[in-house]
Design a protein around this ligand. Sequence first.
Ligand code: AMP
Length: 249
Amino acid sequence: MKVLVAIKRVVDANVKIRVKSDHSDVDLANVKMAINPFCEIAVEEAIRLKEKGVASEVIAVSVGDDRCQEQLRTALALGADRALQVKTDVAVEPLGVAKLLNAIAVKEGCDLVVLGKQSIDSDNNQTGQMLAAIGNMSQGTFASEVVCEEGQISVTREVDGGLQKLALQLPAVVTTDLRLNEPRFASLPNIMKAKRKPLAVLTPDELSVDVTPRLCTLSVVSPSEREAGVIVSNVAELVEKLKTEAGVL
Ligand code: AMP
């Protein structure tokens, strides 16, 4: 079974975000970038499937400009067999990414596509679900456990009331939750080896997908600063403040 893993280049989770002064977007100048954390979990899960002999090949794919090759090389160093960049300078929206992933899954004959449940930059949580709909594939979102046996995948999902277990027929889309696994670190020899692994570049046109944006961002603003707290001396004072200052009682 060939496994396709989608990885997105995003601002590193430890970076404090700055907004551009014209409020057009987040300022990415000199900011450390990384693989989206949920995508790292997706890469790890795909590699574990290969190590168990379930996956025959793991293909990492990223949609973006040439800078996303850095994250693809990291995925190769972690254990992916080869990488595909869908080259575009457009910030492709989830529907466009889903269409591109579907075209690649069909072209490559992939039975399983593993994605992060969410990009931490845009917080969409849409691409996996759209891909499953477009490709008419089964879907297991927010997976906290994935077991593959005999042409079927069992996915455990963390839902509000507890755990839900689904049996998915292939082809399938799985999106990863935080507790699915703990991603490994790339070793230095594997980082060196990754430089020689194949990385092919495609364009949306070659995949016959139109990625023209449909949405327009009107403005981006930082969250308002939290005001300093006050220590009250007794419950009566707290209730008074909740009534008169906070206006919540
Ligand atoms: P989102 O729907 O934007 O929250 O993204 C969910 C998942 O879709 C991510 O964790 C990735 O696995 C995948 N994805 C989104 N955007 C891209 C992209 N530009 N390139 C590759 N994969 C992506």
